[in-house]
Design a protein around this ligand. Structure first.
Ligand code: ZN
Length: 396
């Protein structure tokens, strides 16, 4: 068979697999077992070994599969990593979001670019890896619930640590138009709940207004936001250069004349360095425990302030010399490095010593939107890249 036909077949398979993947409605938080079964089956049929890690009720699954090297060398293993969840769909799609539809060289469907497109390419390419004389392991890492503050990946990372898989080159195929992303800020989200004592507004001293204490808490956050600016690291690569903080919402109270007994505040911070997040939380917890809570308890001993962690996606730090970035550059010929404003699982892999780059097909512009699509040429670009990975993973 000619190379021409081979690449055509490869492309067709990628589209077929992507079509299948899109049909699994793996919205974050939902059961993704059938999608994982589907991926696992493809890889197992090629001789891959795999293991799964789960959430507490085994509803959501991570898959880690390996095509073993035929001739071991000292080359580091490659991890091709993608998340299997997609964001919810809102009304207004021109096509069924869970039925892949090709129009004008674009494939439409929820998850087409973010990021089932990448997963489909890796699965379509897997038969070629399995037939190659690999001199390093190639891993496939498919996680759940990345879109909801990376809930799945930490469970997988824990298992990797246990199995001593802490050395490697990880490519996270988030949609970057196959450009290399080598850093992003962290993204930490919290909800803080205030429980006070209801009462008649005419006697504020007899109640504990959850809304008023929440307001003071918000003020403290805004005060700390200024401190974060002062802590801005020199030569920061980010825009803005400092850690940001934002109040997403304050919810509480039922009427003008009732002291509110409940209130909660949604807020988030995007630290440029991990220390900022630690500083912020320490200062905040101190204010809560030493100032606000004792005041509330003086009137009502059952008063509480509880900070719930919605998610703490650690930042992805730029490395002066990143093996993963250099690996990708050596294949794509693109030596540029970019910083993005969205979060990924990259920092989690980096944290255990795995060199990581974010690079994948499709554009983030189309992600999380109505009529999400991936350009078909992006699929080909990704397949070319995966072919480059093969060339760098066989004995010559
Ligand atoms: Zn994504």
């Amino acid at each position: 068979m000619s190379t021409e036909n081979n690449s055509e077949l490869l492309f067709k398979n990628s589209v077929k697999i992507l079509t299948d993947l899109i049909s699994f409605k793996t919205i974050s938080g939902e059961d993704n077992n059938s999608l994982i079964d589907y991926c696992d089956k493809i890889l197992k049929n090629l001789g891959a070994t795999s293991f799964r890690t789960f959430d507490d009720d085994k509803k959501r699954v991570n898959l880690f599969a390996t095509l073993k090297a035929k001739n071991s060398s000292n080359k580091k293993p490659i991890i091709l990593s993608g998340h299997t969840d997609v964001v919810p769909v809102s009304k207004g799609w021109s096509t069924d979001p869970f039925t892949a539809t090709i129009k004008e060289n674009k494939l439409y469907g929820r998850g087409s670019c973010d990021m089932k497109g990448f997963i489909a390419c890796t699965l379509a390419f897997a038969p070629i890896y399995s037939q190659s004389n690999l001199d390093r392991d190639i891993h496939f890492s498919f996680t759940f619930d990345e879109e909801t503050a990376c809930q799945g990946a930490p469970i997988l990372i824990n298992e990797l640590k246990k199995r001593n898989i802490k050395n490697g080159i990880c490519i996270i195929g988030e949609p970057t138009n196959m450009k290399i992303i080598d850093a992003h800020k962290g993204c930490y989200e919290y909800t803080t709940y205030f429980k006070g004592l209801a009462g008649h507004s005419s006697a504020p001293h007899k109640g504990v207004s959850a809304v008023e204490y929440a307001s003071r808490y918000v003020n403290k956050l805004i005060e700390l936001r200024e401190k974060l600016k002062e802590r801005s690291p020199k030569n920061s690569i980010f825009e803005p250069p400092y850690s940001t903080l934002s109040i997403g919402g304050v919810f509480g109270g039922i009427a003008h004349n009732v002291i509110a007994d409940k209130c909660h505040v949604n807020w988030e911070t995007r630290p440029v360095i991990k220390e900022d997040a630690i500083f912020l939380n320490n200062e905040l917890d101190k204010y809560t425990n030493e100032v606000l809570l004792p005041e509330m308890k003086k009137i009502y001993s059952n008063a509480t302030i509880e900070k719930e962690i919605i998610g703490e996606i650690i930042g992805f730090d730029r490395e002066e010399k990143s093996e993963a970035c250099e690996f990708v550059s050596s294949i794509t010929g693109d030596n540029s490095r970019e910083v993005v404003s969205f979060g990924t699982e990259a920092g989690l892999f980096q944290e255990i010593g795995i060199s990581t780059a974010v690079c994948g097909p499709g554009s983030i512009e189309q992600a999380h939107k109505i009529d999400e699509f991936i350009k078909l040429e992006e699929i080909n670009k990704c397949l070319n890249f995966l072919n480059g990975v093969k060339n760098k993973s066989i004995q010559k």
